[in-house]
Design a protein around this ligand. Structure first.
Ligand code: ADP
Ligand code: ADP
Length: 226
């Protein structure tokens, strides 16, 4: 479904964030990306999500080399195939939960009524059907992250990318978010999640371990490098 082929990323200033990363994620996988801070996890996730371009190497989604796609095609691909969840929730302040989630369909060409109807369904799916009118500052951290997940999956993305989704949550709330990611995975969504949470990672089918901009271990291939 998605392949990184010998991807490097050098940031302006010369940091080599990725130094030749190849990774294949198949439809239906649930993958944890682990490794120390600064090892390139977020940069790799941004490549998988086409949020940033590699310095060299290829990103291939559904057989399409992303660098060959027009900006329009790429936006369409992002809107229809990908969902994103971040550590900091990224909810719009002062906006009711229902509309925060409905905004996930803003670029999908769906009318407001239908966006809200689907937002309500997505919020029910994450156990927040009773919080439609609440604003983010009236929600707990765990609830905020569940709202963010509802927004990420409202368009029914094939691939959900989550960057430290439990990083700002206490243990119980984090477990709720993990259970939700598992539910989504069981429902057919491919999930790639960056985590520092050992327990979370150990519970997942596949772990990709990064260090210094490289994948040094991948439990799927039993790859183990120095
Ligand atoms: P994490 O370790 O949780 O992935 P970071 O602190 O590495 O988070 O990065 C947080 C944000 O800051 C990211 O958007 C990243 O791209 C950006 N960032 C990280 N390091 C630098 C840097 N040296 N210069 C500019 N931006 C950076
Ligand atoms: P991780 O997610 O594992 O913490 P990152 O991918 O955020 O790692 O960062 C990898 C390296 O790239 C780090 O050295 C970080 O400081 C650097 N980096 C990340 N984002 C930026 C950026 N926007 N500009 C410059 N350097 C960056």
């Amino acid at each position: 479904m998605i392949d990184l082929v010998d991807v490097t990323k050098v940031y302006p200033g010369g940091v080599h964030a990725l130094a030749g990363v190849s990774l294949s994620v198949a439809a239906g996988e649930l993958v944890a990306v682990v490794g120390p801070s600064g090892s390139g996890k977020s940069t790799m996730l941004n490549m998988l999500g086409t949020l940033d371009r590699p310095t060299s190497g290829r990103v291939v989604i559904d057989g399409y080399d992303v660098s060959q796609l027009s900006d329009r095609k790429l936006s369409a691909l992002r809107a229809h195939r990908l969902g994103f969840v971040f550590q900091q929730f990224h909810l719009a302040p002062g906006v009711p939960t229902l509309d925060n989630v409905a905004d996930g369909l803003l670029y999908a060409g769906v009318g407001l009524g239908e966006r809200r109807r689907r937002a309500e369904a997505a919020l029910e799916r994450v156990g927040l059907g009773h919080r439609l009118d609440h604003e983010p500052n009236e929600l707990s951290g765990g609830e905020k992250q569940r709202v963010a997940i509802a927004r990420a999956v409202i368009g029914d993305p094939a691939l959900l990318l989550a960057d430290e989704p439990t990083g700002n949550l206490d243990t119980a709330a984090g477990q709720g978010v993990v259970a939700l990611l598992r539910d989504l995975h069981a429902g057919g969504t491919t999930v790639v999640v960056i985590t520092h949470d050992r327990e979370l990672a150990e519970g997942l089918d596949r772990r990709v371990h990064m260090r210094d901009g490289r994948i040094v271990e991948d439990s799927a291939t039993m790859l183990r490098v120095g």
